[in-house]
Design a protein around this ligand. Structure first.
Ligand SMILES: [Zn+2]
Length: 293
């Protein structure tokens, strides 16, 4: 557990795996940048034998004085993904909910579920297979995502060329929430409570949004897929193959890093390997990442 002012922050892990190399995930990133910062790429961030980036899939759970807030709900159990590149994520059966309970929150306790965006690995536990159909996992929660994100994914068809790996996700992970009246599309600047703000950070997807925790300059920034892998702090201009609009994603990333650099703000990304979070410092040529001790 991480204590941050009045907040408690827990990381709820679903799974961790060496996924793909930098050349596959971020094809434009020059090999020299990786060489230059080899010291950052420990075995927790890059598997040496295969050159694959170690990706963690986890939620961040915040306990405020008033609420339990769950950020991003990973992949989920028993979701079926038929595409070859998603084989590692299909039909999972993990102890995610047990880990959530271990942090002190039963599914019924969650007050808010915030999805930074609606890719398959950020909204999976929104629903569970109960009595033969997908139903809300967190029955007492209000589920939030940006209005634009909701509009985007509700208007694309599963056979649209750019849906790709997200095929079927809306029907299984989002539609049941709409039917239960639990999902709300919100605008930029929405406050869950005093000091817990949502801020649009688009590019990865049209409505990708981050959560800022704390007053007067955030104490914590929960950044979703604004940054997938640590070398994007060192080269924010390089974008992953998963980004909807690469240039916009890069500009949003650079602006965000600038905003939090050299402050006490902790950055909580969705996919960094152990220790999973840290802070950003500016350097003569850009930024660097200081992992939490
Ligand atoms: Zn992701």
């Amino acid at each position: 557990m991480i204590k941050l002012g009045p907040y408690e922050i827990h990381r709820i892990e679903e799974l961790m795996l060496p996924y793909a190399g930098y050349a596959d995930l971020i094809p434009d990133m020059p090999g020299e940048l990786l060489e230059e910062h080899r010291d950052v790429l420990t075995s927790h961030q890059l598997q040496a034998e295969t050159g694959r980036i170690v990706l963690s899939f986890h939620s961040w759970l915040i306990r405020t004085r008033h609420h339990w807030i769950l950020i991003d709900t990973c992949i989920g159990n028993h979701k079926i993904y038929e595409r070859k590149e998603l084989a590692a994520f299909s039909q999972l059966d993990t102890a995610y909910l047990t880990r959530l309970r271990g942090a002190g929150a039963a599914p019924e306790d969650i007050d808010y579920v915030f999805c930074t965006h609606l890719h398959f690995d950020h909204c999976g536990w929104n629903t569970s297979m109960i009595d033969g159909r997908w139903q809300p996992t967190f029955p007492n929660a209000r589920y939030l995502c940006h209005r634009k994100e909701l509009e985007h994914w509700s208007s694309v068809q599963d056979d649209d060329y750019d849906v790709g790996p997200n095929s079927g996700v809306f029907d299984a992970n989002v539609q049941p929430l709409i039917e239960a009246g639990l999902l709300e599309g919100v605008d930029d600047g929405y406050e869950i409570e005093d000091g817990v703000r949502l801020r649009l950070a688009a590019g990865h997807t049209p409505g990708h949004t981050v959560l800022e925790l704390g007053k007067e300059g955030a104490q914590g920034l929960f950044s979703g897929d604004l940054i997938h892998a640590v070398m994007q702090v060192y080269g924010p201009q390089y974008t992953t193959v998963f980004c909807n609009k690469g240039e916009e994603a890069a500009e949003t990333r650079r602006q965000t890093l600038e905003r939090i650099a050299d402050r006490s703000t902790l950055l909580f990304p969705a996919h960094f390997g152990h220790p999973h979070y840290g802070r950003v410092e500016s350097t003569a040529s850009g930024f660097r990442f200081i992992f939490a001790p």
